[in-house]
Design a binder for this molecule. Structure first.
Ligand SMILES: Nc1ncnc2c1ncn2[C@@H]1O[C@H](COP(=O)(O)OP(=O)(O)OP(=O)(O)O)[C@@H](O)[C@H]1O
Ligand SMILES: [Mg+2]
Length: 273
């Protein structure tokens, strides 16, 4: 049976896109009273590849955590794929979380398990207690997991333990695990921060391919501005909880970047709406 998931790739035209994420006047105040997001307004369409940049503590991770409902917003509305995220409870919330894949700097893999077992864990929320307990996955699930590994080019590592893989390969396993849950959105929190420059570029290229081939919206927090500009379509600059730049990566100026990081000049909004 062929495992070349890429053969079955369906390409979507950008024109077919629809609104995936919308923040309307969103505030996030943490329980200790610190307001990490202040009046955030943001619209992201299906299939966009967006970099979020800003100083440490600016609120980049908070934006991602609000989208995947790790945190509740305090004020305003946050709509994802037509759903008011803060209204979700129980099974609805679990279903929602499967639509939103999450990738971290630290990969978050079970290092003593094989790549395929890590990818199969994406299926666990839908499985019965005993099948999870005994790790019983059916043939169809295993084939799908192998296809996911194939999509990121590491099918040959399927039965290798993750602690024997390089950082770049581990990040690919994490990406395969996310793809295996068939997400509409991928949120990546500094996915290349712990990788060397060459591997970081390879992983960025994986994101580009996945974004283009499957029309999945990707939001990625990143400190490497050069990588953001080279690989992402749009840049959102966050400073002290506020969006101070939103525009195409191809047109951002050094002055605008400086404002995001230093705040030395007047805020300059791009034309990203
Ligand atoms: N659980 C929390 N409770 C209280 N304050 C928090 C919490 N999480 C984050 N913060 C604060 O909110 C602000 C934004 O944090 P966030 O993690 O979103 O920043 P960031 O832009 O992702 O930074 P970094 O680049 O260092 O990852 C920071 O001042 C941080 O200290
Ligand atoms: Mg962060």
């Amino acid at each position: 049976m062929p495992l070349t998931g890429s053969n079955k790739t369906i390409r979507f035209e950008k024109g077919e896109s629809r609104r995936m994420i919308e923040f309307k006047n969103v505030y996030k105040t943490y329980p200790n009273g610190f307001t990490a997001l202040k009046d955030v307004n943001l619209k992201i369409e299906q299939g966009e590849f967006v970099a979020i940049i800003g100083l440490s503590g600016a609120g980049k991770s908070t934006i991602l955590r609000c989208i995947n409902r790790m945190h509740d917003i305090t004020k305003g509305t946050l709509t994802v794929d037509g759903v008011d995220v803060n209204s979700l409870r129980g099974a609805e919330l679990r279903r929602y979380r499967r639509k939103v894949g999450m990738i971290f700097q630290s990969f978050n893999l079970v290092s003593r398990s094989t790549a395929i077992k890590n990818v199969l864990t994406a299926d666990v929320p839908d499985m019965g207690f005993f099948r999870v307990l005994f790790g019983i996955f059916n043939k169809e699930q295993k084939m799908r997991a192998l296809e996911s590994l194939d999509k990121v080019g590491i099918l040959d590592k399927a039965y290798t333990r993750c602690d024997q893989l390089s950082g770049g390969q581990q990040q690919r396993v994490a990406l395969a695990r996310t793809l295996n849950q068939n997400p509409k959105i991928i949120l990546a929190d500094e996915p290349v921060a712990s990788l060397d420059p060459i591997t970081a570029r390879q992983v960025m290229q994986d994101f580009v391919r996945i974004n283009k081939d499957y029309n999945i919206s990707i939001l990625l927090n990143i400190h490497h501005i050069d990588l953001a500009l080279q690989y992402c379509d749009r840049v959102i600059g966050v400073r002290a909880g506020e969006i101070v730049f939103d525009g195409p990566a191809s047109t951002i100026t050094q002055e605008q970047i400086d404002y995001v990081y230093n705040g030395t000049k007047a805020p300059v909004l791009g034309n990203g709406e």
